[in-house]
Design a protein. Sequence first.
Length: 339
Amino acid sequence: MWAFVKSFATYRTIRMAAVISSALTLDSLSAENSTVTVVGTEIGQSDAGNWLVIDGGVYSITGVKPQTDRTLLTLTSPLDAFSRPLELAEQTAKQTVGNFIVQQLTEHWIECTDTAYALPYLTVSNLDTTAFSPPELDNNDCYKLSEYARLMRRSYRVTVRFSDGGDELLCNISTPPIEAHNISFDDGKSQLQNLDYSASGAAKLTVLCDVDTGEKDDDGEPIVSRQRSTWYLAEDGAVSQTVPARRASGTWDTISVKKLEEVETKVIETFAKNKTNHKLEFWSTLNLNVQDNCTFYAYGEILRSYISYKRKSSEDSRYYYKSGELATTATEKLRGVIK
């Protein structure tokens, strides 16, 4: 296997090296590193920030560690190359998540007026029509496109994928269908590596929203009416204002929302940010996709979750998966087994 270094400025291949070993993150809901060890030391410190194409995938080089006869490379997802803080411009009422991401990539990278940072070789296509949800802004009223894209994927399955197109870097935005799988750890196809349980994460939200009544008090100040609503998270990740038959377990939190029409959006995004309630890691010959729903059979009990991480190593023919981004709960018996 060979690894090809492509210039961040031009996307032209500038170096190549034979691969000794690799542990590649094929997909993940979070920012994760990959590692590759190549023959020789031709790939050097100056290549940090360039692209690396290996085994059909594209990665961003973030670390280069030369050794006597080899070099260890640390890689991240191409999405992390788009982490410059950006200001948020006003959006139209018909804006969509996918189109917003296209516009940001086009304005701030593809057609960037500073040619030192422009990426004219980036080609973006979009099939997503999810209604726009604005990014959360930091203390400087800025946001990072990489963080926004990951939150939209967790919340609405809007997925940004990069691939190598020869002389261009391809970016596709879509909302892929979700498949369901039954995973057993005694059928010879999948082997359980680790299973932990944590009670963190919100499962119920009280939402407060102050609404302008259109009236004013004696001092001329607007009179507001506080609207309250309660939202619940189900085991399968569904969100509703009625108590679900199979509730997720977790904390009962309270959040404030500025506009009544933004309540449901903020609820979905708040639940999507839940800390992991399950950390299930396993090896498998099955080729699963991140965000596929899975029903796991472990220790004689059932756990429902979805794939959050997928890795392939040169040392093993199987895939390595993590599941645990969903705020669901195991049965009480399973919880007792893994205390």
